[in-house]
Design a protein around this ligand. Structure first.
Ligand SMILES: Cc1ncc(COP(=O)(O)O)c(C=O)c1O
Length: 412
């Protein structure tokens, strides 16, 4: 890992002398901006990526790195997929942007395609730009439509860094939540605790928000029993069930959504990441009983539902379906589970290509060794003993073989 470089930067000297007047506090501040002028908030891998194709990243020092992490689960179709590039170029040439004030055929096609892909009665889509924004809107709708004040979330959850999404993210208050108070009451239920579900989801609960397969929390599949209990309690109490499928949705489990994998229909699904396969976009999918209560101006956004994003969404669904990628994810996930419990790996968890490799040694060491010795990029997670695999759906069996060989060669 390296951190953004800091040094006494010529550019910031120029800025300081050319902008008048300056507050005294600025003049006395000895801090100077990082060399790259980017906010120094990210730890970064020592990996100078210049371009990529298929499932490989290419670096300035000539390495060809097998990418099993996909930029936090985004690059679901790998890199330079010809149909994705063609759709991107065609849409850019035709119409690069118009807002939701203008009806667009490509937007309607994307919504139709996406809601059919999801099934489960989630017939209406509201397009936004990020996962957190999708969650923010889902929570807002639930609180408004039920008139209640409480949201139930699950231990280990990650839902984003905005006010509402951060409020339902496990541990955010201790780590980075910068707001003085959450915008609603929040209660967390322990993973797998069915009694706690029945106790905590009550008549004050507007919504339960849950990642059916937790991502940041450790590629952890919460299972049909627990998710079923959440569904049952929500139905009994009149609360809305929100599946946050920002990371686990859009084919990553080998099913359109984890909701399809478990056969459990939530009231809303939020999704992003793989949705645009690299183009920033997100969506909130709703059942009819949620959508029918929407009025003009209840929700809004500038960028969400833009034509570029919608062309990507339409094309991503088309590629997943026409290239049989759900089957590919399921089969290769099985191959990983069957062959990769070797070397430092003691077990697997998760679903599809949101897989956790449980390691005997710290996951960050295993991840570093895979990258440094074998040119294989994987991720870590909130669980210090889980290496996270977020492979592209176009992965091939030979790549799983390479992972197996690499893991088998590492010290256990
Ligand atoms: C499950 C889940 N929800 C929400 C988010 C937030 O998405 P974004 O970073 O696009 O706001 C993430 C991001 O990692 C996520 O994994």
């Amino acid at each position: 890992m390296r951190h953004s470089p800091h040094f006494t930067c010529q550019d910031s000297q120029i800025l300081l002398t050319s902008h008048q007047p300056l507050a005294t506090s600025h003049l006395m501040d000895s801090w100077t901006a990082p060399l790259d002028h980017l906010a120094p908030v990210y730890a970064q891998w020592a990996l100078d990526v210049v371009d990529a194709s298929g499932v490989h990243l290419h670096t300035s020092d000539g390495r060809r790195v097998l990418d099993l992490y996909g930029g936090h689960a985004v690059a679901a179709l790998g890199y330079s997929h010809p149909r994705l590039l063609a759709a991107l170029e065609q849409q850019a040439r035709s119409l690069i942007f118009q807002s939701n004030a203008v009806p667009l055929a490509v937007r309607a096609r994307a919504a139709t395609r996406l809601t059919r892909f999801a099934g489960l009665g989630l017939n209406t889509a509201f397009f936004v730009s990020t996962g957190a924004e999708a969650n923010e809107n889902a929570l807002k709708l639930a609180l408004k439509q039920t008139g209640r004040r409480k949201v139930v979330a699950v231990e280990g959850s990650f839902h984003g860094r905005t006010a509402a999404a951060g409020a339902v993210t496990w541990g955010a208050a201790q780590k980075w939540y910068g707001f003085p108070q959450p915008p609603f009451e929040v209660e967390f239920v322990p993973r797998g605790d069915l009694d706690a579900v029945r106790r905590i989801v009550d008549d004050a609960t507007a919504a339960v928000i849950v990642e059916p397969v937790q991502g940041v929390g450790g590629a952890l599949d919460l299972g049909a029993d627990f998710l079923g209990a959440l569904r049952a309690s929500c139905t009994e109490r009149g609360s809305l069930l929100i599946f946050d499928e920002v990371q686990c949705g859009m084919g990553r489990t080998g099913f359109p959504f984890a909701a399809n994998l478990y056969g459990i229909a939530p009231d809303m699904i939020t999704t992003a990441k793989a949705l645009g396969a690299g183009f920033p976009c997100a969506a909130l999918l709703m059942t009819d009983h949620v959508a029918r209560r929407l009025k003009t101006d209840d929700l809004g956004t500038t960028f969400g539902g833009g034509p570029m994003a919608c062309a990507m969404i339409e094309t991503v669904v088309d590629i997943i379906e026409s290239e049989g990628l759900l089957t590919n994810v399921r089969e290769l996930s099985r191959q990983i589970r069957e062959t990769c419990v070797v070397g430092p790996v003691v077990a697997t968890q998760g679903a599809g290509f949101l897989l956790g490799l449980r390691t005997r040694r710290p996951a960050k060491d295993v991840q570093r060794e895979l990258l440094e010795r074998h040119d294989i990029l994987t991720g870590t997670s909130g669980d210090p003993n889980v290496v996270r695999i977020l492979a592209p759906f176009v992965l091939e069996s030979q790549h799983v073989d390479a992972l197996h060989t690499a893991l088998a060669s590492l010290p256990s």
